[in-house]
Design a binder for this molecule. Structure first.
Ligand code: HEC
Ligand code: HEC
Length: 489
């Protein structure tokens, strides 16, 4: 979403066209969620499903992978120990497409020549896949899908989450006059397939309310509504959108989701959840959205702003992203344990937020089915394990290391105080004191008693046998006992 929406120019362009889309929303009554949903791969797939059914296009991820996963991965999957025939179907280069001696597992475009199809469609139980005693089986429909997929070229796809979104072809609609925006085609096509009619168009006040909530997170004031209703210019709506985009509330509205993802809070989270100040970072995010910082810079500043050559104060504030995790100072807690938790939190958050992928499972062990290994986890961990912090901290507010951000007035006060301290220090009689101290040392050394043992009552030295070694005191019961023991040895 973020990268899609980032470019302000395209966002503005889209918003200017939004009126039609808003009408579409009104039409479905489904609202904003539905519009967003259309961009998701799942939705695209669902939409493909309709158009695909007509063209009978077999989609690997949708139609074939689930079959292979359910019925074949057990013996031809990621687990090396149970893998049979040196053949796996969870990856493209797992043997399915490489030629074998005299035959091939999959011959794109030719199911009859493909050993895979021969095996799954065979009447001979001893030859057929999956093996009869495996408890797995294929339905006639599944076998047919695999046949069509091979005959259509056996196109392989990586997991849909890693496929770049593609613009799907526009679905045909009966009421060609209704759509004003390509997205409307998708909505209408589905409505038509459900035999539903679009709801009537929403009024202008509703339109303004929607766009205001969408862009500023706030409903329009009665005054704004009145002004909008009175403005009959053809670009009345565009002007409103421009005004909303220029408003500081636009950045606040856009920042909201990011603050959630980045686990922003002005408290520590653990224990008594006491206070800390992260709001400078929050304000940086808002301001960043308002000035439309490019997304790559937005990431760099938050992950490593302080490591850039001569970073600005803002770039260092941006790294607050890495310090938004919970922080503990509870008595009895183990510092090393919490130090570790903070680094883990950084790794997990960075993976979730920037890679859209959970990494947390590989914190403790590798997984057969996961592309991430323990090693990957701790390589990232090492990167984030460079904060000079303490495991337990934050009792007095923010935890170390802290960036001091005085207000201009406070800065002035600080400068004044620093000057005063420097002046007071300069006025100190340092040299005289040093000279006096030197003199004193000379005389003091000559007056130290030559035998410090004079007048000693008793002396116990740590590195001896703990008996009184002063030579003066009366022997204690301990002295008697140790002397007796020594005599025995
Ligand atoms: C319970 C384990 C098991 C399951 C489940 C299983 N296979 Fe097999 N597969 C084997 C074994 C064992 C062999 C080697 C013996 C053979 O060829 O019959 C094999 C061989 C094959 C071969 C031939 C490899 C070659 O080089 O000749 C193909 C193709 C194949 N399987 C496809 C599948 C497909 C497709 C599925 C799922 C629909 C599947 N298998 C499910 C165990 C299994
Ligand atoms: C805090 C450490 C830790 C994390 C994080 C962790 N695991 Fe584990 N996992 C373990 C330990 C320890 C075992 C072994 C338990 C045992 O043998 O009784 C284990 C065992 C397993 C097993 C059983 C493996 C087998 O061969 O029997 C699976 C499956 C598993 N974990 C999956 C996951 C998944 C999925 C996640 C992420 C959602 C995850 N683990 C996160 C520590 C962890």
């Amino acid at each position: 979403m973020i990268s899609n929406c980032w470019d302000r120019a395209s966002r503005i362009r889209r918003l200017k066209r939004r009126r039609t889309r808003l009408k579409s929303r009104a039409a479905t009554g489904g609202g904003f969620l539905l519009v967003l949903f259309l961009f998701s791969p799942v939705a695209q797939r669902a939409l493909y499903a309709q158009s695909a059914a007509a063209a009978k296009h077999i989609d690997f991820n949708r139609d074939i992978r689930p079959i292979l996963s359910d019925t074949c991965f057990k013996c031809h999957g990621p687990d090396e120990e149970t893998r049979q025939a040196n053949l796996r179907f969870d990856t493209k280069d797992g043997g399915a497409f490489e030629p074998r001696e005299g035959y091939r597992i999959i011959v794109p475009g030719a199911s009859a020549e493909s050993r895979l199809f021969q095996k799954i469609s065979s009447k001979d139980e001893a030859f057929r896949m999956p093996p009869v005693d495996s408890g797995r089986s294929l339905t006639a429909k599944q076998i047919e899908l695999i046949r069509q997929w091979i005959d259509q070229g056996a196109k392989w796809e990586t997991h849909w989450a890693y496929l770049a979104p593609k613009r799907p072809p526009l679905p045909r609609v009966q009421n060609a006059r209704w759509p004003r925006n390509p997205i409307d085609n998708f909505i209408l096509a589905r409505l038509e397939s459900e035999k539903l009619r679009p709801a009537p168009e929403a009024g202008r006040a509703t339109l303004l309310r929607r766009v205001s909530l969408d862009l500023a997170g706030l409903p329009p004031t009665p005054k704004e509504i009145a002004a909008f209703l009175a403005d009959r210019a053809p670009d009345a709506y565009e002007k409103r959108v421009d005004a909303l985009l220029a408003s500081p509330h636009y950045g606040e509205r856009l920042a909201m989701q990011w603050l959630d993802l980045a686990r922003y809070a002005d408290t520590h989270g653990y224990h008594i959840d006491s206070h800390r100040e992260m709001w400078h970072w929050r304000d940086w995010v808002i301001e960043t959205f308002n000035r439309n910082l490019p997304f790559d810079q937005f990431i760099v500043d938050q992950l490593a702003g302080d490591l850039l050559p001569s970073p600005t104060v803002k770039q260092r504030i941006a790294t607050g992203f890495c310090r938004n995790h919970m922080i503990n100072f509870e008595g009895g807690a183990i510092p090393a344990e919490y130090h570790n938790e903070y680094v883990v939190d950084r790794v997990d958050t960075v993976a979730n937020v920037f890679m859209g992928s959970t990494l947390g499972c590989s914190r403790c062990h590798d997984h057969k089915y996961d592309p991430f290994k323990l090693r990957d986890y701790y390589r990232l961990y090492a990167l984030f394990n460079n904060v000079p912090e303490q495991g337990l901290d934050g009792r007095e507010g923010n935890a170390e290391p802290v960036l001091e951000l005085p207000s201009p007035e406070q800065q002035q006060q600080l400068d004044e105080l620093k000057e005063k301290i420097a002046a007071a220090k300069a006025a100190l009689p340092e040299k005289e004191i040093t000279a006096l101290q030197g003199e004193w040392q000379k005389t003091a050394l000559t007056t130290i008693p030559s035998d410090p043992r004079d007048g000693l009552v008793s002396l116990y030295e740590f590195d001896s046998d703990l008996a009184d070694s002063s030579g003066h005191g009366r022997p204690t019961s301990w002295d008697v006992a140790t002397t007796a023991t020594r005599a025995k040895w």
